[in-house]
Ligand binder design. Sequence first.
Ligand code: BT5
Length: 325
Amino acid sequence: MTTDAKILSALRTNPDGVSGAELAEQLKISRAAIWSRIEELRRAGFDISASPHFGYRIVGEPDALLADDLLVRLGKTKVIGRDIHVFKQTTSTNDVIEKLARDGVKEGVVIFAESQTRGRGRLGRKWISPARKGLWFSILLRPDLHPQETTQLTVASATALRRAIQSETGLKPEIKWPNDILIGGKKVAGILTELSAELDKVRYVILGIGIDVNLDADELPAELKKIATSLKIESGGTISRAELATVILRALDEDYSRICAGEFAAVADEWEENCATIGKNVTVQIGDRKIRGRAESLDDDGALLLRTEHGHLERITGGDVTLEK
Ligand code: BT5
């Protein structure tokens, strides 16, 4: 943990204030060094008051993602969030993770970007990622899975995202197979799972997640106004992105562990309970092909089982689902 992270941690556990002398003692550095780090944190946007009576106190936090801060908030996890980096701007956080993956970096590293210039969805679609308005991040995973089983990871991520958003905001998000989180029928988050694999073994998976957090209605581009929303629009208040990111990373870590332990069935049960797709009549568009039917359940790999109009059970592994009204 860096000195800044240790100072932030001490300030947060002592909201009534902690003296420079106590901090110096705890961190085993001089009071002058503490003072200079506090100045640095103030420059990063932390509002830290200092008084002879109370010592140092945090009175305001910046609306910025800081790697040290996220690491301290997160504490110890099994895999996800072992290491966190924040970029001011990237093309796509999935691109950054891909480079790390090729360099042999261990799984669990998370890359956040305050904005992306070429954020992407599936099939090369564009993902808009305005600065400091959302959480745009990617995670490197190296699961011991067959390539076909990686849909399990998308399902697990959607389950974790839904749970975390609900606990943090009180909103009731729903999952739309395979990779959307909806509130009131509008998309608030999407997941892009990219993988590198040999014939029967996954080399690595890049889990890319985009969440619309603090966008106002007038900040959504015209083409998204009807289909997308943000947590701020739905809850009526600004949300701490750092706090939300922490809760989400913890939930993702839990569900990734469940998948690695072979407990996909339990994840799938939670998914089905909160899914806007199961039991509905849907149309699935796969390339030029359209399949209509009733979404029945998930299979063991996370694929969607669809009872078609002709009574056959079709196994769907990709595509865009539209819910019939
Ligand atoms: C997705 O694709 O939903 C996956 C989105 C993943 C984004 C994250 S951000 C961090 C990481 N780095 C990346 O470059 N990507 C990942 P898909 O199901 O194909 O949906 C894409 C469609 O969603 C677009 O065609 C738009 O209609 C819509 N869309 C674009 N930006 C959006 C936004 N910010 N919020 C809601 N919908 C959006």
